[in-house]
Write a protein that binds this ligand. Structure first.
Ligand code: KIV
Ligand code: NA
Length: 275
Protein backbone atom coordinates (compact mmCIF):
# COMPACT_ATOMS: atom_id res chain seq x y z
CA UNK A 1 0.00 0.00 0.00
CA UNK A 2 1.25 3.46 -0.89
CA UNK A 3 1.49 5.89 2.02
CA UNK A 4 1.78 9.65 2.50
CA UNK A 5 5.56 9.14 2.39
CA UNK A 6 5.28 7.54 -1.06
CA UNK A 7 3.11 10.39 -2.36
CA UNK A 8 5.75 12.92 -1.34
CA UNK A 9 8.46 10.80 -2.98
CA UNK A 10 6.36 10.51 -6.14
CA UNK A 11 6.18 14.30 -6.31
CA UNK A 12 9.96 14.60 -5.90
CA UNK A 13 10.50 12.03 -8.66
CA UNK A 14 7.86 13.66 -10.86
CA UNK A 15 5.73 10.55 -10.94
CA UNK A 16 2.09 11.54 -11.25
CA UNK A 17 -0.37 10.42 -8.58
CA UNK A 18 -3.73 8.92 -9.58
CA UNK A 19 -6.76 9.21 -7.32
CA UNK A 20 -10.32 8.09 -7.94
CA UNK A 21 -13.39 8.22 -5.74
CA UNK A 22 -15.20 5.06 -4.67
CA UNK A 23 -18.30 4.49 -2.58
CA UNK A 24 -18.78 0.75 -2.31
CA UNK A 25 -16.85 -2.51 -2.11
CA UNK A 26 -17.02 -3.67 -5.74
CA UNK A 27 -16.15 -0.19 -7.02
CA UNK A 28 -13.20 0.04 -4.65
CA UNK A 29 -12.00 -3.42 -5.62
CA UNK A 30 -12.02 -2.53 -9.30
CA UNK A 31 -10.14 0.69 -8.61
CA UNK A 32 -7.52 -1.25 -6.67
CA UNK A 33 -7.25 -3.85 -9.42
CA UNK A 34 -6.79 -1.02 -11.92
CA UNK A 35 -3.72 0.04 -9.94
CA UNK A 36 -4.95 3.41 -8.69
CA UNK A 37 -2.58 5.10 -6.20
CA UNK A 38 -5.22 6.24 -3.70
CA UNK A 39 -9.00 6.13 -3.26
CA UNK A 40 -11.15 9.01 -2.02
CA UNK A 41 -14.47 8.26 -0.39
CA UNK A 42 -15.75 11.63 -1.51
CA UNK A 43 -18.91 13.26 -0.26
CA UNK A 44 -19.75 13.44 -3.95
CA UNK A 45 -21.34 10.21 -2.70
CA UNK A 46 -24.40 12.34 -2.01
CA UNK A 47 -24.87 13.31 -5.62
CA UNK A 48 -23.58 10.36 -7.62
CA UNK A 49 -24.90 7.51 -5.46
CA UNK A 50 -27.54 8.79 -3.03
CA UNK A 51 -29.37 11.16 -5.37
CA UNK A 52 -29.02 14.33 -3.29
CA UNK A 53 -28.84 17.71 -4.96
CA UNK A 54 -25.54 18.67 -3.34
CA UNK A 55 -22.96 17.39 -0.85
CA UNK A 56 -24.58 19.49 1.88
CA UNK A 57 -27.01 16.64 2.69
CA UNK A 58 -24.38 13.97 3.29
CA UNK A 59 -24.17 12.84 6.93
CA UNK A 60 -21.29 11.43 8.93
CA UNK A 61 -23.16 8.12 9.31
CA UNK A 62 -23.45 7.85 5.52
CA UNK A 63 -19.76 8.61 5.08
CA UNK A 64 -18.85 5.92 7.62
CA UNK A 65 -21.20 3.38 6.06
CA UNK A 66 -19.66 3.85 2.62
CA UNK A 67 -16.06 4.17 3.84
CA UNK A 68 -16.39 0.79 5.53
CA UNK A 69 -17.57 -0.78 2.28
CA UNK A 70 -14.69 0.81 0.37
CA UNK A 71 -12.17 -0.43 2.91
CA UNK A 72 -13.56 -3.98 2.66
CA UNK A 73 -13.29 -3.82 -1.14
CA UNK A 74 -9.80 -2.31 -1.34
CA UNK A 75 -7.66 -3.69 1.46
CA UNK A 76 -4.34 -2.67 -0.08
CA UNK A 77 -5.06 0.94 -1.00
CA UNK A 78 -4.63 4.21 0.92
CA UNK A 79 -8.15 5.48 1.58
CA UNK A 80 -9.08 9.10 2.23
CA UNK A 81 -12.55 9.96 3.52
CA UNK A 82 -14.26 13.34 3.26
CA UNK A 83 -15.33 15.02 6.48
CA UNK A 84 -18.94 15.93 5.58
CA UNK A 85 -20.67 19.32 5.74
CA UNK A 86 -20.70 20.92 9.22
CA UNK A 87 -19.00 18.09 11.03
CA UNK A 88 -15.71 19.89 11.64
CA UNK A 89 -16.34 23.64 12.02
CA UNK A 90 -18.05 24.14 15.37
CA UNK A 91 -15.16 23.12 17.63
CA UNK A 92 -11.92 21.24 17.71
CA UNK A 93 -13.66 18.56 19.76
CA UNK A 94 -16.12 18.03 16.93
CA UNK A 95 -13.30 17.90 14.37
CA UNK A 96 -11.47 15.26 16.42
CA UNK A 97 -14.62 13.21 16.89
CA UNK A 98 -15.44 13.23 13.19
CA UNK A 99 -11.89 12.24 12.21
CA UNK A 100 -11.85 9.54 14.86
CA UNK A 101 -15.07 7.99 13.60
CA UNK A 102 -14.01 8.08 9.94
CA UNK A 103 -10.76 6.35 10.81
CA UNK A 104 -11.84 3.91 13.55
CA UNK A 105 -15.34 3.07 12.33
CA UNK A 106 -14.98 3.91 8.63
CA UNK A 107 -11.49 2.47 8.16
CA UNK A 108 -10.09 5.57 6.43
CA UNK A 109 -6.34 6.19 6.51
CA UNK A 110 -6.71 9.96 6.12
CA UNK A 111 -9.41 12.61 6.18
CA UNK A 112 -10.10 15.52 3.85
CA UNK A 113 -11.53 18.89 4.88
CA UNK A 114 -12.65 21.66 2.55
CA UNK A 115 -11.49 25.22 2.95
CA UNK A 116 -8.79 27.56 4.21
CA UNK A 117 -8.83 29.85 7.24
CA UNK A 118 -9.86 28.12 10.46
CA UNK A 119 -10.15 24.76 8.75
CA UNK A 120 -6.40 24.72 8.14
CA UNK A 121 -5.83 25.36 11.86
CA UNK A 122 -8.03 22.36 12.57
CA UNK A 123 -6.01 20.35 10.05
CA UNK A 124 -2.85 21.31 11.90
CA UNK A 125 -4.29 20.05 15.18
CA UNK A 126 -5.34 16.80 13.52
CA UNK A 127 -1.83 16.26 12.16
CA UNK A 128 -0.40 16.95 15.62
CA UNK A 129 -2.72 14.24 16.92
CA UNK A 130 -1.54 11.78 14.26
CA UNK A 131 -4.34 12.13 11.73
CA UNK A 132 -3.23 12.45 8.09
CA UNK A 133 -4.98 15.58 6.79
CA UNK A 134 -5.80 16.22 3.14
CA UNK A 135 -6.54 19.87 2.34
CA UNK A 136 -9.08 20.91 -0.32
CA UNK A 137 -8.95 24.42 -1.81
CA UNK A 138 -10.34 26.23 -4.84
CA UNK A 139 -13.92 25.21 -5.52
CA UNK A 140 -15.18 23.73 -2.26
CA UNK A 141 -18.59 22.21 -3.05
CA UNK A 142 -19.81 22.18 0.56
CA UNK A 143 -19.80 26.00 0.33
CA UNK A 144 -21.86 26.10 -2.86
CA UNK A 145 -24.46 28.27 -1.15
CA UNK A 146 -21.89 30.89 -0.21
CA UNK A 147 -20.00 30.71 -3.51
CA UNK A 148 -23.26 31.08 -5.41
CA UNK A 149 -22.73 28.09 -7.69
CA UNK A 150 -20.07 25.75 -9.00
CA UNK A 151 -17.60 27.98 -10.75
CA UNK A 152 -13.89 28.33 -11.31
CA UNK A 153 -12.06 29.89 -8.35
CA UNK A 154 -8.90 32.03 -8.29
CA UNK A 155 -9.46 33.75 -11.61
CA UNK A 156 -8.41 37.24 -10.53
CA UNK A 157 -4.88 38.10 -9.41
CA UNK A 158 -6.12 38.81 -5.87
CA UNK A 159 -7.96 35.51 -5.63
CA UNK A 160 -4.98 33.64 -7.05
CA UNK A 161 -2.66 35.20 -4.46
CA UNK A 162 -5.06 34.30 -1.68
CA UNK A 163 -5.29 30.73 -2.95
CA UNK A 164 -1.50 30.44 -2.99
CA UNK A 165 -1.29 31.84 0.54
CA UNK A 166 -3.86 29.30 1.78
CA UNK A 167 -2.02 26.48 0.00
CA UNK A 168 1.20 27.49 1.76
CA UNK A 169 -0.66 27.54 5.08
CA UNK A 170 -2.01 24.03 4.37
CA UNK A 171 1.53 22.82 3.75
CA UNK A 172 2.76 24.47 6.95
CA UNK A 173 -0.12 22.79 8.80
CA UNK A 174 1.30 19.46 7.67
CA UNK A 175 -1.27 18.47 5.06
CA UNK A 176 -0.17 15.24 3.34
CA UNK A 177 -1.96 16.14 0.09
CA UNK A 178 -3.74 19.17 -1.32
CA UNK A 179 -6.73 18.75 -3.59
CA UNK A 180 -7.21 21.78 -5.86
CA UNK A 181 -10.58 21.95 -7.55
CA UNK A 182 -11.58 24.13 -10.50
CA UNK A 183 -8.79 26.70 -10.68
CA UNK A 184 -7.03 28.12 -13.73
CA UNK A 185 -4.19 25.95 -14.97
CA UNK A 186 -1.53 28.60 -14.40
CA UNK A 187 -2.60 29.18 -10.81
CA UNK A 188 -2.53 25.44 -10.07
CA UNK A 189 0.90 25.19 -11.69
CA UNK A 190 2.29 27.97 -9.53
CA UNK A 191 0.90 26.41 -6.36
CA UNK A 192 2.23 22.98 -7.37
CA UNK A 193 5.71 24.39 -7.97
CA UNK A 194 5.70 26.34 -4.71
CA UNK A 195 4.69 23.45 -2.46
CA UNK A 196 6.55 20.29 -1.44
CA UNK A 197 3.13 18.83 -0.62
CA UNK A 198 1.71 16.85 -3.54
CA UNK A 199 -1.12 18.70 -5.28
CA UNK A 200 -3.94 16.62 -6.77
CA UNK A 201 -5.99 18.51 -9.31
CA UNK A 202 -9.55 18.23 -10.52
CA UNK A 203 -10.33 20.83 -13.14
CA UNK A 204 -6.94 22.35 -12.27
CA UNK A 205 -5.07 21.71 -15.49
CA UNK A 206 -2.14 19.61 -16.56
CA UNK A 207 0.64 20.61 -14.19
CA UNK A 208 -0.47 19.34 -10.79
CA UNK A 209 1.28 16.35 -9.20
CA UNK A 210 -1.73 14.14 -9.75
CA UNK A 211 -5.34 14.00 -10.87
CA UNK A 212 -8.58 12.90 -9.28
CA UNK A 213 -11.90 12.17 -10.95
CA UNK A 214 -15.25 11.04 -9.66
CA UNK A 215 -15.66 7.32 -10.36
CA UNK A 216 -19.11 7.60 -11.91
CA UNK A 217 -18.04 10.52 -14.10
CA UNK A 218 -15.09 8.72 -15.63
CA UNK A 219 -16.97 5.48 -16.34
CA UNK A 220 -20.02 7.35 -17.68
CA UNK A 221 -22.46 6.38 -14.95
CA UNK A 222 -23.68 9.89 -14.02
CA UNK A 223 -26.86 11.52 -15.23
CA UNK A 224 -27.21 15.08 -16.43
CA UNK A 225 -24.58 17.77 -16.67
CA UNK A 226 -20.96 16.67 -16.91
CA UNK A 227 -18.36 19.31 -16.02
CA UNK A 228 -15.83 20.42 -18.65
CA UNK A 229 -12.90 18.93 -16.71
CA UNK A 230 -14.26 15.37 -16.82
CA UNK A 231 -12.93 12.85 -19.29
CA UNK A 232 -15.43 10.06 -19.91
CA UNK A 233 -13.50 6.89 -20.60
CA UNK A 234 -16.58 4.70 -21.01
CA UNK A 235 -20.33 5.00 -21.21
CA UNK A 236 -21.35 2.38 -18.67
CA UNK A 237 -24.88 3.79 -18.36
CA UNK A 238 -25.84 2.66 -21.83
CA UNK A 239 -24.40 -0.83 -21.20
CA UNK A 240 -26.44 -1.12 -18.01
CA UNK A 241 -29.66 0.08 -19.65
CA UNK A 242 -29.10 -2.30 -22.54
CA UNK A 243 -28.50 -5.29 -20.24
CA UNK A 244 -31.62 -4.57 -18.19
CA UNK A 245 -33.70 -4.06 -21.35
CA UNK A 246 -32.51 -7.42 -22.66
CA UNK A 247 -33.48 -9.10 -19.39
CA UNK A 248 -36.86 -7.37 -19.41
CA UNK A 249 -37.56 -8.49 -22.96
CA UNK A 250 -36.40 -12.04 -22.22
CA UNK A 251 -38.76 -12.26 -19.25
CA UNK A 252 -41.65 -11.04 -21.37
CA UNK A 253 -40.91 -13.45 -24.22
CA UNK A 254 -40.00 -16.39 -21.98
CA UNK A 255 -36.47 -16.57 -23.48
CA UNK A 256 -35.12 -16.43 -19.91
CA UNK A 257 -34.50 -18.62 -17.98
CA UNK A 258 -33.00 -21.20 -20.30
CA UNK A 259 -32.51 -24.87 -19.50
CA UNK A 260 -29.00 -24.31 -18.11
CA UNK A 261 -30.34 -21.81 -15.55
CA UNK A 262 -32.79 -24.18 -13.85
CA UNK A 263 -32.48 -26.75 -11.06
CA UNK A 264 -33.81 -30.28 -11.23
CA UNK A 265 -34.87 -32.54 -8.34
CA UNK A 266 -32.62 -35.54 -7.59
CA UNK A 267 -35.13 -38.34 -7.68
CA UNK A 268 -36.98 -39.28 -10.82
CA UNK A 269 -40.16 -39.68 -8.80
CA UNK A 270 -40.00 -36.14 -7.57
CA UNK A 271 -39.43 -34.93 -11.07
CA UNK A 272 -42.53 -36.77 -12.14
CA UNK A 273 -44.56 -35.27 -9.32
CA UNK A 274 -43.40 -31.70 -9.81
CA UNK A 275 -41.83 -31.67 -13.26
O1 KIV B 1 -16.22 14.42 -3.06
C1 KIV B 1 -15.41 14.32 -4.00
O2 KIV B 1 -15.54 13.47 -4.90
C2 KIV B 1 -14.25 15.21 -4.00
C3 KIV B 1 -13.36 15.21 -5.21
C4 KIV B 1 -14.06 15.75 -6.38
C5 KIV B 1 -12.08 15.88 -4.94
O3 KIV B 1 -14.06 15.91 -3.05
NA1 NA C 1 -15.78 16.07 -1.61
Amino acid sequence: MKTTFDFRKMKQQQEKISMVTAYDAPGAKLAEEAGIDTILVGDSLGMVVLGYESTVYVTLEEMIHHSKAVRRGAKETFIIADMPFLTYHASMTETFQTAKRLMQDGGAHAVKMEGGGDVIDKGKALVAAGVPYVAHLGLTPQSVGVLGGYRVQGKSADEAEQLLAEAIRAEEAGACLLVLECVPEGVAERITKTLATPVIGIGAGRHTDGQVLVYHDLIGYTQGHVPKFVKRYKNISSDITEAIQMFHNDVKSGAFPEENHVFQAKQAGLQKMYG
